[in-house]
Design a binder for this molecule. Structure first.
Ligand code: NAD
Length: 316
């Protein structure tokens, strides 16, 4: 991995937020932009290149073709179609699965053998579809999962407890969507369980306010969409965080969407859970010691994803 090469498919708001954050963080050496709308990809490459003189990198950025995937290390997929009026979630999902067919096949035909990183929604299902279509090993297919939701949680909990978000160790797990949840029994401030912090400070903090934070995390995407049409900066930075963990062989723990291989008694489903990320993709999953109610929430979330996936006709 001397020359860190990323191919980005989908140069919309999310894709370009990732590209812009990559340029600012020197996340790779070569960034190839691909979009159905080729003109857009060309324009985006020009725009980013005009910022190079102000950056601290000599990143090579250009609009390319699927043949550029041959020697890429990571293919990031942010391409997708938006919900049409009156269209069901499943219809949207079927259309996005077709979009993925038109992406994964040419990527593979050109000999790509790196890591797929998927952000397109519904991200857990789209990652599973990528795994099915690619035939790659499970650890080489990663979804952004609840990485962004976890960052939102740490920010909001940090604000609530007036503690630096980096000292809040808590995770959002499950589907990136309505059935996601915070296993509070696993959340710590430094090394002190948040439940103990609350017990010791009943005059200041409460469990019901914690649940309000979890609700805010779950609904913040809708709030942002209502206010400005779409969310993209946060997810763009989350993707860079995962790319850095891969290229720098960090063994960092991030709540990506990864295939369950017996953890929590679950198999096959791709779902957000703390995973150790390094240059091989997902090194392993961390199986948390969930309380009984948290365990059943995770299983319910997996059921939601499995049922949705089972209804899809395009998989391979
Ligand atoms: P967008 O409409 O701005 O961009 C989508 C891009 O995909 C467009 O440029 C379009 O031309 C391109 N595209 C469509 N079909 C294609 C194909 N077959 N091949 C190549 N390119 C194709 O949308 P966006 O706001 O950038 O969102 C992209 C995706 O990211 C959506 O699915 C959105 O829901 C998702 N998202 C995920 C998270 C997360 O946490 N995982 C957060 C925000 C958004």
């Amino acid at each position: 991995m001397d020359q860190r090469k990323v191919v980005l498919v989908g140069t919309g708001m999310v894709g370009m937020s990732f590209a812009y954050a990559s340029l600012n963080q020197n996340a790779c050496d070569e960034l190839v932009l691909i979009d159905l709308n080729k003109e857009r990809a060309i324009g985006e490459a020009m725009d980013l290149n005009h910022g190079l003189a102000f950056s601290r990198t000599a990143m090579k950025i250009y609009a390319g073709e699927y043949s550029d995937c041959k020697d890429a290390d990571i293919v990031v997929i942010c391409a997708g179609v938006n919900q049409k009026e009156g269209e069901s979630r499943l219809e949207l999902l079927s259309r996005n699965a077709k979009v993925f067919e038109s992406i994964i096949h040419p990527v593979l035909e050109n000999g790509f053998c790196g890591i797929f990183l998927v952000a397109t929604n519904p991200v857990d299902i789209m990652t599973r579809i990528t795994y099915d279509m690619s035939g790659f090993e499970w650890n080489k297919v990663i979804g952004t999962g609840t990485t962004l939701d976890t960052a939102r949680l740490r920010y909001l909990a940090g604000d609530y407890f007036q503690i630096d978000a980096r000292n809040i160790h808590g995770y959002v797990i499950g589907e990136h969507g309505d059935s996601e949840f915070v296993p509070w029994s696993q959340a710590l401030i430094a090394t002190k369980p948040i439940y103990d912090v609350i017990k010791d400070n009943k005059d200041k903090f409460s469990l019901s306010e914690l649940e309000e934070i979890a609700t805010q995390v779950r609904t913040s995407a809708q709030q942002i969409i209502k206010a400005k049409g779409a969310t993209y900066y946060g997810i763009g930075m989350a993707i860079v965080r995962i790319v850095n963990a891969i290229f720098q062989n960090e063994n960092s723990v991030l709540t990506v969407s990864s295939k369950m291989n017996g953890e929590y008694g679950l198999n096959d489903v791709f779902i957000g859970n703390p995973c150790i990320i390094n240059r091989n993709g997902v090194r392993s999953l961390l199986e948390l010691s969930l309380q009984r109610d948290e365990f059943s929430k995770l299983r319910d979330s997996a059921t939601v994803l499995n049922e949705c996936y089972a209804q899809l006709d395009v998989k391979k």
